[in-house]
Write a protein that binds this ligand. Structure first.
Ligand code: ZN
Length: 269
């Protein structure tokens, strides 16, 4: 599943390719993905200039004067920018043809993704999202404040999109490892000092992942739905029964909130 670092990488890759380009044609190769794709896009966006591209959580926001195209890649989505004459591939469901002879295509085999539109840039899917982990709004003290009286475990807490967006399962495991925090601890029981460390660890882990993604995809043409580019840098995720590089303890695996959790019992306390 594409995670925040991957979406950020896609955003950065797309920026030089589509900004200030005029859309000449919008093609809906099917009516719906997770939800119906607004039919009016083929008229609304034709001859419109793409002004900016932003990311909010895992949503890509492509801005036009008439409104914002909101794209989510779901479980298996990817975006390519190709020559307009390139034959359409299977599962390429949505296409923006541009005046410079290229075409931005959204491929989504499992169709959990979304293509939506908003005139003023707001959308109910965006309204409930928590703060961006790499922005100043995710400051030291934020997690501490939000977690008071919370009984849920720390891992579920930092993965809650209403608190902070983009901390997927892998990044939650890695951040808790880096901060030496046991994923089973109750969110409400963790000190301010430890939360401040965790906040910086989350920022570091996500920044590293974006950096790796950004260098791997330097010839940005295609991004697949596999977060594999980050797997070389994992310290704990997927490391069941391996030695912890920090304390030589053994990495443990267990199922927590229906998700795989990896941690070192010895140094994550
Ligand atoms: Zn350890």
């Amino acid at each position: 599943m594409p995670e925040l670092p991957e979406i950020e990488t896609i955003k950065r890759g797309l920026t030089p390719l589509i900004i200030n380009q005029k859309v000449t044609k919008v093609i809906l190769h099917r009516e719906n993905l997770r939800w119906i794709i607004p039919k009016h896009l083929s008229t609304t966006l034709t001859n419109q200039l793409i002004s900016t591209i932003n990311r909010r959580g895992k949503y890509l926001l492509i801005k036009f004067e008439v409104g914002t195209l909101i794209i989510h890649l779901g479980m298996s989505g990817s975006i390519t920018v190709v020559d307009i004459n390139t034959p359409l591939l299977k599962h390429e469901h949505f296409e923006l043809q541009l005046k410079n002879g290229t075409s931005m295509r959204l491929k989504d085999p499992r169709r959990f993704g979304a293509v939506l539109f908003s005139k003023d840039g707001s959308h109910k899917l965006l309204d409930s999202l928590g703060v961006e982990p790499l922005k100043k709004s995710f400051y030291d003290g934020y997690l501490y404040q939000k977690s008071r009286n919370k009984q849920q475990n720390i891992k579920a807490f930092i993965m809650d999109n209403k608190i902070v967006v983009g901390v997927g399962n892998i990044y939650a495991c890695e951040s808790l490892f880096m901060a030496s925090i046991n994923p089973k601890l109750k969110a409400g029981s963790i000190s301010k000092t430890r939360y401040n460390v965790l906040t910086q660890c989350i920022k570091t882990i996500l920044t590293q992942a974006i950096k790796v993604g950004g260098t791997t995809l330097k010839d940005f043409v295609q991004v697949n739905g596999n977060p594999g580019y980050f797997t070389k840098n994992l310290s704990v995720y997927g490391c069941k029964n391996k030695k912890c590089y920090r304390c030589k303890g053994i990495i443990t695996w267990f199922l927590q909130n229906q998700r795989s959790t990896f941690y070192c019992k010895k140094c994550q306390t």
